[in-house]
Design a protein around this ligand. Structure first.
Ligand code: HDE
Length: 722
């Protein structure tokens, strides 16, 4: 296959040279792709069949003012190709963003699995990851309330392994046969195709209020987990219980977790809605830009391992995808690290055409009888056949295995391989009996020999019937601000539901999770609060479920707005810049206009962004350096004030130095003490201020330090009108 993309000697050598350099270039997958890259600078424009073209602006006409001629093959080919550019978008997870990278295990996992890519800490395996939203169309906004897909393709030496996960550890339903019902309910309603990329409508809440197994997942969906700050700052989960199998054939149940090195952080709902308009590509852009500037996203892969003999020791069923194994019960064992280090060259060819499939497994990784997983193993192959137009999608460059592919599969639309000789069946003599079968010792996949026994039956096991305990566990584990956001989310979503019986039914469901939760939600949506709990809260919690317990030391890659105008104190800007850059953050200087501003001492300062083209919500923190004229101009500029108040309202770190403190004072941030003459650096509710010259470095460092907390929830935020 290596030569099938090389279209002529004129292109080949040069391409290979260019591809070898650059960030994240040069791994085995990149080398496989290199001969397939078409670069326009390699030669003149041609037709699809290689004939050079001298004019692509004028069709062939009979006379300068005459009709277009059928014989204009270039015109017909160009238009026909254009007419056929679209393929069906994914039925779910239509909007996504992808990246290449590498994975490396920390140590050999031979004790548990024979998977080749998990044996040797010196072996790097190339990967392609696609992050996605679920409900929206390809062109929908990134920052909607939704689950995020986190699908990883490992190009191992034993074939492709796809870990097709989400950023939540559970799912809405227990049996795959319910998937079409669920997706129909959450997608835009069929009669008028509204709303786009949103669960806040009648059919979604109608379905989940009638389907109590969805309750645990709905709690996650209403939490800030459904609004990731960045794809680089969200967890990933394999969701199902899978099975590791070692060389001796021993099985171990396994749950997969991806943990972002930058910590798990979210937006808040109001901010997410604004970003959806200001920058609908917010998460996609963030991923692309981080990789482009060399801030490679990193995730640790961790597993929860359960010996086969412990299968029934839990108060839930390991095969039930609406349940987690609490980390406090089975701790996470970190097993390796993934670094995403290369952006794709072409969105359609790679990110759109990548085809994940839960049944892309390698020896050492096997399934369980989770009925959701079993159904997925059918669906993913089936969907690629319609989406990518036939059975040869595995030959597309992004999907192509690094392991050798050799079999008797033949023909079909878009066959790229040439299979010489008469042998296309097995057994045969005409091809010398080839291809031969591999033995397990030679790397053949051997299905785990699980004994299965039972009557054919359309019935769910009673061990799947507890739908509320873990929803309650999740609620009990939340910090107070997380609970507030969950209640607000339920009120928002159910407040968009027109049919009152649906609202009432959902409150009844929540009354099984927690009585207070049900009452608070009911109070916001015009439903009578239930008198007493439907199920008593068991009182248990799992601290690992709260985002408040995650790491918060790093400000790496955070975007910080430094607001300036003519007359700004250059020393303050450079103190801020150096403190922020030291932590790996990305400060940007914003003024009312692009170009530059004058500094206090008569110099000039380049402006990175004009305030009107950006927005406070696109930054993680906002600060106002000193300089009397600059501060006066900013205080008189409503947009600059809005940058500050909105950041404050959204709980972000805010700072002002010198005369810049007057800008904050003018905004009347409620309940915040600002520095006065003679004060040291003041840190109050995540607002850092100092008015004394000479303290700018200390203030800048304090500011950098508090950005790491991500948000400061102890503020009187509701009184801020922004
Ligand atoms: Fe998927 N899912 N899914 N899903 N899913 C698809 O496959 C399906 C489920 C997930 O970036 C589809 O190629 C069924 C759970 C991701 O290309 C389709 C069921 C989890 C992606 C499909 C589920 C996922 C998909 C649509 C219930 C987390 C995007 C396009 C049994 C563990 C992959 C496609 C990408 C995509 C079916 C439930 C994750 C139709 C039937 C649970 C990340 O095959």
């Amino acid at each position: 296959m290596a030569a099938d993309g090389a279209q002529g000697p004129e292109q080949d050598g040069q391409r290979r040279d260019e591809g070898a350099g650059g960030k994240g270039r040069g791994d085995a997958k990149d080398r496989q792709l290199e001969p397939l890259r078409d670069r326009p600078e390699d030669g003149p424009l041609t037709t699809d069949f290689g004939t050079r073209v001298d004019d692509t602006d004028n069709a062939l006409h009979a006379g300068e003012r005459g009709p277009t001629l059928m014989e204009d093959f270039h015109f017909r080919e160009k238009i026909t190709r254009f007419d056929h550019e679209r393929i069906p978008e994914r039925v779910v997870h239509a909007r996504g963003a992808g990246a290449y990278g590498v994975f490396r295990p920390y140590e050999s996992l031979a004790e548990f699995t024979r998977a080749d890519f998990l044996q040797d800490p010196d072996r790097e395996t190339p990967v392609f990851v696609r992050f996605s939203t679920v409900a929206g169309s390809r062109g929908s906004a990134d920052t909607v309330r939704d689950v995020r897909g986190f699908a990883t393709k490992f190009y191992t030496r034993e074939g492709n392994y796809d870990l097709v996960g989400n950023n939540f550890p559970v799912f809405f339903i227990q049996d795959a046969i319910k998937f079409p019902d669920f997706v129909h309910a959450v997608k835009p309603e069929p009669h008028h195709e509204m709303p786009q990329a949103a669960s806040a409508h009648d059919t979604f809440w109608d379905f989940v209020s009638l389907q109590p197994e969805a309750t645990h997942m709905v709690m996650w969906l209403m939490s800030d987990r459904s609004l990731p700050r960045s794809y680089r700052m969200m967890q990933g989960f394999g969701v199902h219980t899978f099975r590791f199998v070692n060389a001796q054939g021993r099985g171990t149940f396994v749950k997969f977790h991806w943990r972002p090195v930058l910590g798990t952080h979210s937006l808040i709902w109001e901010e997410a809605q604004t970003i959806a308009g200001k920058d609908p590509d917010f998460n996609r852009r963030d991923l692309w830009e981080a990789i482009d500037r060399g801030d490679y996203p990193e995730f640790e892969l961790a597993v929860q391992l359960v010996p086969e003999e412990d299968e029934h020791r839990f108060d839930f069923d390991l095969l039930d995808a609406t349940k987690i194994i609490p980390e406090e019960t089975v701790p996470l064992r970190p097993i390796g690290r993934m670094v995403l280090n290369r952006n794709p060259d072409n969105f359609f060819a790679e990110t759109e055409q990548v085809a994940f499939h839960t049944a892309h497994v390698v020896p050492g990784i096997d399934f369980t009888n989770d009925p959701l997983l079993q159904g997925r193993n059918f669906s993913y192959l089936d969907t690629q056949l319609i989406r990518l137009g036939g059975p040869n999608f595995e030959q597309l460059p992004v999907n192509r295995a690094l392991a050798t592919v050799r079999n008797n599969h033949r023909d079909g639309y878009g066959q790229h391989r040439i299979h010489p000789g008469p042998g296309s069946y097995s057994p045969n003599t005409v091809a010398g009996g080839c291809p031969v079968m591999a033995s397990p010792d030679a790397g053949a996949y051997v299905h785990y020999q699980e004994r299965v026994d039972g009557a054919k039956i359309r019935k769910r096991s009673p061990s799947f019937s507890d739908h509320y305990s873990q929803a309650t566990l999740f609620w009990n584990s939340m910090a107070s601000w997380e609970r507030e956001h969950i209640v607000a989310a339920f009120r928002f979503e159910l407040g968009k539901v027109d049919r009152m019986p649906i609202r009432r039914r959902m409150v009844e469901v929540l009354n099984h999770v927690d009585h207070e939760l049900a009452r608070e939600v009911a109070a916001g949506i015009g439903v009578p609060p239930p008198a007493g709990p439907a199920t008593r809260n068991h009182g248990r919690s799992s601290p690992a479920l709260s985002m408040a317990t995650g790491p918060s030391e790093s400000i790496a890659t955070r975007k910080i707005a430094i607001l300036v105008a003519d007359g700004v104190a250059e020393a303050d800007v450079s103190a801020l810049r150096s403190a922020l850059a030291a932590g790996g953050a990305t400060p940007e200087v914003l003024a009312a206009h692009d170009g530059e501003v004058r500094t206090e001492d008569g110099g000039s300062l380049p402006v990175d962004r004009a305030m009107p083209t950006m927005a406070s919500v696109l930054y993680d923190a906002v600060c106002v350096p000193g300089g009397a004229d600059s501060a006066r101009a900013l205080a008189a500029d409503g947009l600059a004030g809005h940058y500050v108040t909105e950041a404050f309202k959204h709980g972000k770190a805010v700072a002002a130095l010198g005369a810049g403190v007057a800008v904050l004072r003018g905004l009347g941030l409620p309940g915040v003490r600002l520095a006065e003459e003679g004060d040291d650096v003041v840190d109050d509710h995540g607002v850092i201020t100092t008015v004394d010259a000479g303290r700018e470095h200390g203030a800048a460092e304090s500011f950098a330090g508090i950005i790491a907390f991500h948000r400061h929830w102890d503020r009187d935020r509701d009184r801020v009108p922004a």
